[in-house]
Design a protein around this ligand. Structure first.
Ligand code: F6R
Length: 368
């Protein structure tokens, strides 16, 4: 039941700190990730030479974040592909390929068929799934469950943060098995992850601010989302949420891609959400994204920045700044996605739409 919340979606967003905490629960021991469900698979995990992540929609964006983390920690090539594309292009699969499927429902037909294809073609399979005993979980060699609890609203929210959490745990486990990560570095990342639930609670406090913003923007016809590095999948997710809930044209771009085309879309008044990397980022992406903001601001864009607390560089150029607590770069998406989920929900609400049951969509897509 909704338990006092206006919608299942509102309730499920409020449960995001628990979705992350419960997915970590019982899986950390003395600064190391322990995944009993992968016991006995160390040889296989050491032998693989490639990972292919397959998923659809929101789950595929968690997959992109999984790629960034797994490549960084475990130094193994990772590709991310939409399940329905993967299966029909004769992908190269060998017994040393690990195909990781991600699915909240565990019943998505496109992903199930892709997993079956991977098995039939000799690859190893692992699934990341939120539903105990689901078909995709049963078909795979191994499963790492997310513990987000049942997700009822059609739009995925708490399952997404749980998927990122599970992928990061898997990445740390894989890195250790393959001898690619020093104990101290792994322990530091685990501590970062364990600190996330409290930080999400912090972000949830900006909900009233976002409700106001959504009300002001209720007649907006198009919204753009920009992000770079781990902010890029979040830009894609922010756009998908807005499309499916508020029926508004929305598009997410990699900020570096702006000058290769999308900047032509900027006209006076165009709202653009920008996921701003931390100014502490070692790659200095912060300065690059701030300069992107200046470029589009000069062309009249309305900038809605999602930026770290204390980042003052964005202030002169942003019309609104939504603050997130400090986190290491890979962990920022678990925080930056929350305002975008809230925004889509509140804009749909402001338009009088049913946020739990958007038109034309089903919770579990069991047809191809
Ligand atoms: C977006 C959304 C969909 C699902 C996609 C995959 O809010 O809910 O994009 O993420 O249909 O579903 P699962 O994870 O059940 O395979």
């Amino acid at each position: 039941e909704k338990g006092g919340w206006s919608s299942f979606m509102a309730k499920e967003i409020s449960e995001e700190p628990d979705a992350v905490a419960n997915t970590i629960l019982g899986r950390v021991h003395e600064g190391e990730v322990v995944l009993p469900e992968l016991a006995g698979l160390d040889t296989m995990l050491s032998d693989i030479d490639r990972v292919i992540i397959i998923a659809c929609g929101t789950a595929s964006y968690s997959g992109l974040l999984g790629k960034y983390a797994i490549e960084k920690w475990a130094r193994i090539p990772v590709e991310v592909e939409l399940s329905h594309e993967f299966r029909y292009r004769e992908p190269v699969l060998t017994p040393r390929t690990l195909v990781v499927s991600i699915s909240q429902s565990g019943e998505t037909m496109d992903t199930l068929m892709a997993v079956k294809y991977a098995i039939a073609n000799g690859a190893r399979t692992l699934s990341i799934c939120n539903t105990q005993g689901a078909t995709i979980a049963r078909e795979s060699d191994a499963v790492v469950y997310t513990h987000a609890g049942p997700e009822v609203a059609v739009a995925s929210t708490k399952a997404f943060v749980a998927q990122i959490t599970a992928l990061y745990l898997f990445g740390l486990h894989l890195a250790r098995v393959r001898g690619e990560l020093a104990h101290a570095d792994g322990a530091k990342s685990i501590a970062e992850l364990q600190a996330i639930p409290k930080k999400i609670e912090q972000v949830l406090k900006s909900a009233p601010e976002i409700t106001q913003l959504a009300k002001w923007m209720s007649d907006t016809r198009a919204v753009l989302f920009l992000g770079r590095h781990v902010g890029y999948p979040i830009a894609l997710e922010g756009a998908l949420k807005l499309k499916e809930l508020a029926y508004i044209h929305a598009e997410g771009f990699a900020a570096g891609e702006l000058k290769h085309g999308p900047i032509a879309l900027i006209e006076p008044g165009q709202p653009v959400f920008v996921v701003v990397p931390s100014p502490r980022d070692p790659n200095s992406l912060h300065a690059k994204v701030v300069s992107n903001i200046q470029e589009i601001r000069a062309r009249g864009a309305r900038i809605l920045a999602i930026a770290e607390e204390g980042d003052v560089a964005v202030l002169p150029f942003a019309d609104e700044v939504i603050r997130i607590p400090l986190a290491a770069p890979l962990f920022e998406p678990l925080l930056t996605v929350i305002p975008l989920q809230l925004f889509a929900m509140e804009l749909a609400t402001a338009k009088g739409l049913d946020v739990d049951q958007p038109r034309n969509l089903a919770k579990s897509v069991t047809v191809e």
